[in-house]
Ligand binder design. Structure first.
Ligand code: ZN
Ligand code: ZN
Length: 362
């Protein structure tokens, strides 16, 4: 990972915005900027006149890890809470103002920083400064994300082989997660969704103790984290013979998903991608059952910008990686969702998820 390029880009952005320094508390942003994977730390990022000045504060639990992982920052192992010592550093550097990440700092954390600075330095809210950089993935990130997607996809067969009427959704999720670990995943990107039978009408039906029924849809939505990067995919399969109604539902969602994917290209507004699939479902008579947005960015976090939703004017650009995941959910009937990860390329798109979208009957 080229941390130095990222650090220089952020420094340029801060200078452009007239920000002297940024107190970074959001761990995914810290990981992005200097490679630290631990769960506690504060990065004081000074824009500097020419080159950025980074001070990473963490506690004694992370002494060795921080020294091994952190790139381009001075590592400070603190005895007092890391935010307090970061504030001491702000004062020592003679800064007049320091910005904080307003989207991520809780009110109690804000009050704590204010007290630590004792009114000597002004705290200014900022939003999305690092996230803007993270929108387009660099070559190293695209490679990591490809690897995570392939690992995730390789688990699909395992999931299918465990699906049988009478087996609980939890068992299906558990086998999938064990295989993920065996294949090298650090953990899952989120709680695995296995929603079978009538539960498939729940857009976010986390795996439960419910037994898989003799007939109906099963939505599998899961992802893995590999080297700090997330994957996210959904496939819907059918247990027992598919009725005409269910086949029609499945085909409508697949057509909608393909239409949205076709709309992915640099310069397209995120809302256009959403609209393309939504129109297909509307025409097929399922408009009212598509109750969520079409997709989201994926990277260090499983839900990032951009949002592919109605009315979003954010323009897509090369290097963005988004999910495309329309679905329909009919109460007392069932639901279908199909989700791929898609890379925005110079000329259009590349679907990263290689898994088949043919309707599978088990
Ligand atoms: Zn998903
Ligand atoms: Zn998703």
């Amino acid at each position: 990972m080229n941390y130095s390029v990222r650090q220089k880009k952020l420094a340029a952005k801060l200078r452009e915005e007239g920000i002297e320094a940024l107190l970074i508390t959001h761990l995914p942003n810290i990981f992005y900027l200097c490679g630290f994977t631990g769960t506690a730390g504060v990065l004081l990022f000074g824009a500097g006149d020419r080159s950025p000045q980074l001070y990473f504060h963490t506690d004694g639990r992370y002494t060795q890890q921080a020294r091994e992982q952190v790139k381009g920052a001075k590592v400070i192992i603190t005895k007092n809470p890391a935010p307090a010592e970061a504030c001491e550093r702000v004062k020592k550097l003679g800064l007049k103002a320091v910005s904080f990440e307003a989207d991520h700092l809780a009110y109690a954390g804000y009050k704590y920083l204010n007290q630590s600075l004792r009114g000597k330095v002004r705290l200014k809210p900022s939003s999305g400064l690092v996230e803007q950089l993270r929108l387009s993935k660099d070559a190293d990130e695209i490679e990591q994300l490809r690897a995570a997607v392939l690992l995730g996809s390789s688990l699909f067969q395992t999931a299918l082989s465990t699906i049988k009427p009478g087996v609980s959704e939890n068992v299906v999720a558990g086998e999938l997660e064990l295989q993920a670990r065996r294949a090298g995943a650090e953990k899952m990107s989120f709680d695995t969704i296995v929603a079978s039978g009538l539960r498939s009408a729940l857009p976010h039906g986390r795996a439960s103790a419910s037994a898989i029924p003799a007939s109906g849809f099963i939505i599998l939505d899961y992802g893995v984290i590999l080297a700090g990067y997330c994957s996210d995919m959904t496939r819907t399969v059918h247990v027992g013979r598919t009725s005409r109604t269910h086949r029609k539902m499945y085909e409508a969602v697949r057509d909608a998903q393909l239409a949205s994917i076709e709309a992915v290209r640099p310069g397209a507004e995120a809302g256009e991608v959403d609209k393309a699939g939504r129109q297909v479902l509307k025409k097929a008579g399922y408009g009212a059952y598509f109750t969520h947005s079409t997709g989201h960015g994926v990277g260090i976090e499983v839900h990032e910008s951009p949002r592919l939703a109605r009315g979003q004017i954010q323009k897509l650009s090369p290097g963005m990686i988004v999910t495309v995941e329309p679905g329909i959910y009919i109460p007392e009937e069932g639901g279908v969702r199909i989700e791929d990860m898609v890379l925005v390329t110079e000329s259009g798109y590349e679907v990263l998820t290689p898994t088949t979208k043919d309707l599978i009957e088990l």
